[in-house]
Design a protein around this ligand. Structure first.
Ligand SMILES: Nc1nc2c(ncn2[C@@H]2O[C@H](COP(=O)(O)OP(=O)(O)OP(=O)(O)O)[C@@H](O)[C@H]2O)c(=O)[nH]1
Ligand SMILES: [Mg+2]
Length: 265
């Protein structure tokens, strides 16, 4: 997915090695999401080329709007979204917004800064774009970022490798013991703040889904878990459990502690 004219169709053609989809210098060339089955090293993929998505206020009704709708549907159908950007233009707010949509849809994400060839011999331009890319840390710190050129083939071979790695973690099943050990260590290392005179208690965690890995944590008072503590917990769990390249979904559920008067068991 990406803005119009960033080179999504060019990348697909370069990957497949033949001109399957239409490429042109005119933005808005691709009008529909097109599925292309593709096999590499015995692994099967379906690559979905999508229509470029402009800033919301600029999208015209009719064909363009329908294309945008199908692009967003394609994001929901995908396991891994490749967010394509244009190094000649740098990272834009719309690029960040689109990456955010893949995150909101709980998809795996690989970021491609395409047209890197335009920055050859321009170290200042390269430095600037790399600096801009740091803004992605706030949106999807787990997404690998590749500098690429559909035109010269630079790093093209690394794209599906990155997709494979993301996909593997995206479908990861976590061992319950390791999950709970991680939860114990993380909440001990940095304790949640005391709320209304009571310290939050984290009881146990259990994985309830994959793609992405989804974990329920039972806690004494889910409402009292501050946003920043939740983010701390998420980031640390990802790091500890080998999910450096995948989002993790976290649900906090209430579980009351022992009732007063009951003996300790
Ligand atoms: N210099 C350079 N140009 C590129 C690269 N990749 C694509 N282009 C050019 O960028 C223009 C747009 O390419 P497309 O592949 O049609 O872009 P798209 O993202 O599919 O565009 P829409 O379908 O309109 O959303 C074409 O003129 C391509 O030749 C690249 O890596 N380097
Ligand atoms: Mg296209």
């Amino acid at each position: 997915m990406g803005r119009p004219n960033v080179g999504k169709s060019s990348l697909l053609n370069a990957l497949v090695g033949s001109p399957r989809v239409v490429v042109s210098a005119v933005p808005g060339t691709t009008r529909d999401a097109i599925d292309t089955p593709f096999c590499l090293d015995g692994k099967e993929y379906v690559l979905i080329d999508t229509a470029g998505i402009r800033r919301q206020g600029r999208v015209e009704r009719g064909i363009e709007k329908a294309g945008v709708f199908r692009s967003l549907r394609a994001v929901e159908r995908a396991h891994v979204v490749v967010a394509v950007m244009d190094a000649g233009e740098g990272l834009t707010d719309q690029d960040l917004r689109l990456a955010g949509q893949a995150v909101a849809a709980h998809r795996g994400l690989v970021v491609v800064m395409n047209k890197w060839d335009l920055l050859l011999g321009d170290p200042e331009g390269q430095r600037l774009v790399k600096e801009q890319l740091e803004r992605l840390q706030g949106v999807a710190p787990w997404a690998p970022v590749l500098q690429m050129s559909a035109k010269t083939g630079k790093n093209l071979g690394r794209l599906l490798t990155a997709v494979d790695q993301v996909y593997e973690q995206y479908g990861q099943r976590l061992a319950t013991a390791a999950l709970n050990q991680a939860l114990g260590e993380i909440t001990a290392r940095h304790q949640p703040p005391v709320v209304r005179g009571r310290r939050l208690k984290f009881f146990y965690a259990s994985q309830v889904g994959v793609r992405p890995p989804t974990v329920v944590v039972f806690v004494s008072d889910p409402q009292a878990v501050h946003f920043s503590y939740r983010r701390y917990l998420l980031n640390e769990l990802r790091k500890t459990l080998g999910l450096s390249l995948s989002p993790l979904r976290l649900h906090l559920r209430a579980r009351s502690g022992r009732r007063p008067g009951r003996s300790r068991t």
